[in-house]
Write a protein that binds this ligand. Sequence first.
Ligand code: PLP
Length: 429
Amino acid sequence: MNHDQSHALFTRAQTLLPGGVNSPVRAFKSVGGEPFFVKRADGPYLYDVDDNRYIDYVGSWGPMIVGHNHTAVRQAVKQAIGNGLSFGAPCEAEVTMAETLTRLVPSCEMVRMVNSGTEATLSAIRLARGATGRSRIVKFEGCYHGHGDSFLVKAGSGMLTLGVPTSPGVPAGLSELTLTLPYNDVEAATALFAEQGEHIAGLIIEPVVGNANCIPPREGYLQHLRALCTQYGTVLIFDEVMTGFRVALGGAQAHYGVTPDLTTFGKIIGGGMPVGAYGGRRELMAQISPAGPIYQAGTLSGNPVAMAAGLAMLELVQEPGFHDRLSASAARLCAGLEAAAADAGVAVTTTQVGAMFGLFFTDQKVETYAQATACDITAFNTFFHAMLERGVFLAPSAYEAGFLSSAHDDSIIDATLEAAREAFKVVKG
Ligand code: PLP
């Protein structure tokens, strides 16, 4: 593959954008090499500026669940644009969006639109703190909730260790309020709540971890967290920015049958436009300004063009059988990857929930963050580049989930598996 144009753009970009990118993972730092620059995208494919074509398993990090550049979404955006780009006053599409979200995710009796997943999560913890009058929050190792200060924290090895910031610029006084637990560990959560439950405003979790590769919850785990939060009066927040409308129409909460107090959304609800939202029980949401005293606002929130894109996307994912078909494709892909790896003599396991999947270079079943980070990263990086050279774009990090879209039909999965059979041989060496 020729990458001359991408290389030239990356060279220009690096002098002006930190690391040459506007979001760190795009820079390929963890897999090595240089990113390609995208010219256009269509269906399951990305096309770069050197006219290379890639089957895309990143899907803009989740939003593109109906494939890139879908006609219905594009038409909706075109129509909305004809009426103006931003009003700074309420419009009908915001109401329709609120009606759609509350219907599809019944735990959300009211919602507030924002502009990114990060805004959604930091607004949700402000609400949890404001509503409970408490200041501590709990998050889980390996879960990512955007770049809000309170989330850029990792705990020390002891579960009760106060949070230590993972980024300079996060004040210690704030990160100390973030307690971190190991995901999928019932005892650790029970012990933390026994000790500090009465001080914990909110517990935020990715119900299926998608930011440490893909780690599904153990059976009963989310139910256990629900029970703890109910017992201690802690606001349970499901961060469904990734899982929402992806693992099932009603998100992970519908898939696992657990009702959170608040939910955060992003990605799919914007159809590729910059959108987020948070919602939950009416009694909590009614405390948000101007209905209540907890402040949160946004110049571009509820933007008419973004609402139009999101509503068109949400129409498409409601088609009967949509998620079953996606889930079947993802299962076929995962089974095929495991078989191809086994044929090549490479140890690989996969995880899958709906249209989200994980690929781990290990022979162990992965259920924890510690297991995910113990996998063979060098093997992943070799595999990543071998796939890229064969026209398949996986997330450029061993710690990201893979995303399928409805444009990934059988022929696309077959082409991916053909590339994977070769790429696993490269890994084997
Ligand atoms: N929450 C989760 C689970 C995410 O995966 C992400 C982003 O990947 C975010 C929050 C932050 O969303 P954004 O990048 O739109 O700010």
